[in-house]
Design a protein around this ligand. Structure first.
Ligand SMILES: Cc1ncc(COP(=O)(O)O)c(C=O)c1O
Length: 396
């Protein structure tokens, strides 16, 4: 007997995805409350469903044919207008392509920019799918502890002749931090000086709850040649499972990206692009009140944590002014997935371990990502109660 085919050795270097393991755990305790899921609780506007029905019955909308590699013209035009008015992006020297979500855009970009051993700087805490995409492409993810506000000097110190890009995520996952525009602008200039790409993941661009505004680094004059902007419908429109987003990329990367896009997708799903046009047309009228309601949930979370007994020693890693996450540090005899497992199975509350984001808990302490995106007020209060009681019981 010969051995069955095995995966390429390269795959051994790629992180194992944490989300399916947490999903398995949740299936063992279906009544557990989830502070783990990185999604919002709302659905897309009704216009999206109408647009799909109309498209299916529209004579001449030939779904049996492939569409444009870059995306349907109607969607590209609408996104371009929104990028100009909402984010200050000028697409004269850059170009736009539709992808199946920003993860796919990021993975495609890594295929384009990584040679074996190429380095991509990922300020910590890192988003695990970014790490995996770099590894899948044969590159080396370089996690850098640059602080919540991304100190450009600490990032500069990590640049080597093999560095190809610096990635920023603002608002951040898992921290919820909104990075100051000045810091993002400085990182963008640093990239220009060193001939690097600045990849700005803006999946949570609309989720701003504090005084610091969202900033797209690609809005700086002269940045188009080295800046990439990734955006998505997943979070804003409650369309995580629909898989649609886009990337704004320097003109010079378009042809190399076409090789990946054509190989992987041929074209972005045409019907979904109709849905995207309808969602964007519904726009802020749909998203703004829902995001405001999340801001109230955030306040509730912060109040619940602040009202804990000081002996519980709960601390936030940073001020979570954006997205729908907060990174909590607490005393605990165990950390990582072991702790998450015990919290689910013994206390009925799910979180994600800081270790999944490249963080290391200090001895006797643990870091947990809390997501308040899916929970109503009473569920959130219940979930935080379970978490606090769980942490106290485990530490006793
Ligand atoms: C920072 C960040 N980027 C990208 C994504 C994935 O976005 P999409 O659904 O558009 O692929 C996520 C999802 O959690 C995320 O947290």
């Amino acid at each position: 007997m010969v051995d069955p085919p095995s995966p390429a050795a390269r795959l051994a270097a790629v992180l194992d995805p944490v989300i399916p393991r947490i999903g398995e755990l949740m299936r063992l305790r279906p009544e557990a409350l989830s502070l783990a899921q990185g999604m919002v609780g709302w659905e897309p506007p009704p216009a999206v469903h109408r647009a799909l029905r109309e498209a299916l019955h529209q004579p001449g909308f030939a779904l049996h044919r492939y569409g444009s590699t870059w995306g349907e013209p109607a969607l590209l035009e609408l996104v371009e207008r929104k990028l100009a008015s909402g984010n200050g992006l000028d697409l004269d020297d850059a170009t736009l392509l539709v992808t199946t979500g920003s993860n796919m855009a990021f993975a495609a970009l890594m295929q384009v920019i990584c040679d074996p051993g190429s380095e991509v700087i990922l300020p910590g805490p890192t988003y695990f799918n970014h790490v995996m995409a770099v590894q899948l492409a044969g590159g080396l993810p370089v996690g850098v502890a640059a602080g919540p506000q991304l100190d450009p000097q600490r990032l500069a110190a990590a640049i080597t002749p093999r560095t190809r890009a610096i990635v920023t995520i603002s608002p951040g996952n898992p921290s919820g931090v909104v990075v100051e525009p000045a810091a993002l602008a400085a990182i963008n200039r640093l990239c220009a000086q060193h001939g690097l790409l600045h990849i700005s993941d803006e999946a949570y661009a609309d989720f701003i709850h504090g005084p610091v505004p969202h900033h797209s680094p690609a809005s700086a004059p002269g940045s188009a040649g080295h800046t990439i902007t990734l955006q998505s419908l997943s979070k804003r429109f409650g369309m995580a499972g629909w898989r649609l987003g886009w990337a704004v990329v320097p003109q010079a990367l378009l042809q190399p990206l076409a090789k990946v896009q054509d190989t992987v997708l041929i074209c972005p799903p045409r019907l979904l692009q109709r849905a995207a046009v309808a969602a964007l047309a519904a726009g802020e009228a749909w998203t703004a009140p829902r995001i405001r309601a999340l801001g109230i949930r955030r306040r509730q979370l912060l109040d619940l944590l602040a009202s804990a007994d000081p002996a519980e020693e709960l601390r936030l890693w940073a001020e979570p002014d954006g997205a729908f996450y907060a990174l909590l540090e607490a005393p605990s005899p165990c950390a990582g997935e072991r702790l998450v497992q015990r919290l689910v199975l013994e206390h009925g509350v799910a979180t994600l371990p800081g270790e999944s984001f490249g963080l290391t808990s200090a001895p006797g302490r643990a870091l947990l990502r809390l997501s308040y995106g899916m929970l109503e007020a009473s569920e959130l209060a219940d979930a935080i109660g379970r978490l606090r009681r769980g942490l106290v019981a485990l530490g006793a």
